[in-house]
Design a protein around this ligand. Structure first.
Ligand code: HGY
Ligand code: MN
Ligand code: MN
Length: 430
């Protein structure tokens, strides 16, 4: 007997229709794509602008002041009635992977919007500002490095990123300009930690734990560390019909040997995952021996030293393969973040909201990365996971139940009120 079959899910009256509205909005945003027939929305594109305009309209209608910061994050503010109040940030991202699902990112942005709408419709204000942030680039699909939007807020955005180029050769600086942003002023997007109460992100779990426990929501304990690399194997082009096998310096065979070594090595390491998601061969012609192969490598683990050791061992393995095959190697880290714990105090309040709403309290780690990783550099973070069908994500068949979204909205609403009550100094001012 699953827990869900036993526990009546006490979804508060308003939350169910609010969840239905949220899912209808997610459907609307899902139609805004660069690739008809599938959801692909890269940062700083006209499609991203289109989706931001729609979310901005909803924010305005909810009574929020709306702006974009210099990098292009969309920010809606539901102000406290008192001046100089601190700010709670609620957010997630609107960019996607290629052929994505509808909820990875948008669910968290739309949940923040729904939270404000619920306060506004009740004429309620909190003793802190509530800012809903739609980060412009979390996935890194276009420039292959993650958290560009949230790192602008945390102050971790590096000016050198501006020289990154996308697959069309457009620099990040030019893409931000074309989007209406101001690359020279991104440093001004950094938030003063002293003005922040914390950051809360609602996100689909993208894993099987909640579903296997029959629970609609869970509180995240920590977010796995990750290292993303850009690796090139260089050999020598040649005629596919005339170069004997033993004389070849085939870059693709070297890369293939390495990819299988990555799989074998990380299969043997508990809790370790590694993925080669991208591969490009040059000159990419069927009758030419590949001269150069570029691959991505994404390595994750909850323990930083273990992940860093595995990356070192994989580099040594790649170097060995290159020696034996007379290839050269280029190995570059394009993104790295430490495993990031969620803030215990803020997560306790989120947990109290889960229990107050009548749900079992389950804590779980996140193997996926989130903007909360960057936000943790400047403010306490908490995350609420929502059950998703089969734990599927980064796929078009990503799915959530309206009842579970309603549960999450109920918890989020209770969370902001419990947080307000937890700020005695603020509560008296309100
Ligand atoms: O890659 C991730 O974990 C996230 O989807 N950016
Ligand atoms: Mn996400
Ligand atoms: Mn994602």
């Amino acid at each position: 007997m699953r827990l869900a079959d036993v526990l009546p899910v006490p979804v508060v009256g308003w939350a169910y229709p609010a969840a239905e509205l949220l899912l209808a909005r997610a459907e609307q945003l899902a139609l805004m794509t660069e690739e008809p027939g599938r959801i692909t929305r890269r940062a700083f594109t006209p499609t991203m602008r289109e989706v931001q305009e729609q979310v901005a309209a909803w924010m305005h209608a909810a009574g929020m002041a709306v702006r974009r910061d210099n990098i292009g994050n969309l920010i809606g503010v539901y102000s406290a009635p008192t001046p100089n109040a601190p700010t709670l940030l609620i957010g997630s991202h609107l960019d996607t992977v290629r052929d994505a699902g509808k909820y990875d990112g948008p669910l968290g942005v739309l949940a923040g919007l729904a939270c404000v709408e619920q306060l506004a419709v009740r004429g309620q204000h909190l003793p802190f500002n509530l800012e809903v942030i739609a980060f412009v680039d979390e996935e890194g699909l276009r420039f292959h490095t993650a958290y560009l939007g949230s790192e602008a807020l945390s102050g971790d955005f590096e000016p050198a990123y501006l020289r990154l180029t996308d697959d069309e050769g457009i620099t990040l600086a030019d893409a931000i300009r074309a989007f209406g942003g101001n690359p020279e002023r991104i440093a001004q997007d950094r938030r003063d930690p002293a003005t922040l109460l914390g950051y809360c992100e609602l996100h689909i779990e993208q894993g099987p734990v909640l579903e296997s426990n029959g629970i609609p929501v869970g509180v995240v304990t920590a977010i796995a560390g990750q290292t993303r690399m850009a690796i090139s194997f260089r050999g020598e082009a040649g005629h596919a019909g005339t170069v004997p096998m033993q004389l070849r310096r085939d870059a693709l065979c070297g890369a293939a040997e390495f990819v299988l070594a990555v799989e074998a090595y990380t299969r043997a390491s508990p809790d370790m995952v590694a993925t080669v998601g991208r591969i490009n061969a040059y000159p990419d012609v069927s009758n030419v021996i590949p001269a150069e192969v570029a691959i991505s490598l994404d390595v994750r683990h909850k323990d930083n030293s273990h992940r860093q050791l595995v990356c070192k061992l994989l580099l040594e393995r790649a170097q060995h393969i290159c020696i034996t095959r007379h290839l050269s190697l280029d190995w570059r880290i394009v993104h790295e973040n430490l495993a990031t714990p969620c803030d215990p105090a803020l997560s306790d309040i989120l947990g109290a909201a889960v229990q107050q709403a009548g749900y079992p309290l389950l804590h779980l780690p996140s193997g996926a990365g989130h903007d909360a990783v960057a936000m943790a550099q400047i403010t306490p973070i908490s995350m609420l996971f929502v059950r998703c069908a089969g734990g599927i994500s980064h796929r078009p068949d990503e799915a959530v139940q309206v009842g579970d979204v309603a549960s999450a909205l109920d918890v989020l609403h209770r969370f902001v009120h419990l947080l307000a009550a937890d700020q005695p100094s603020l509560a008296t001012e309100a």
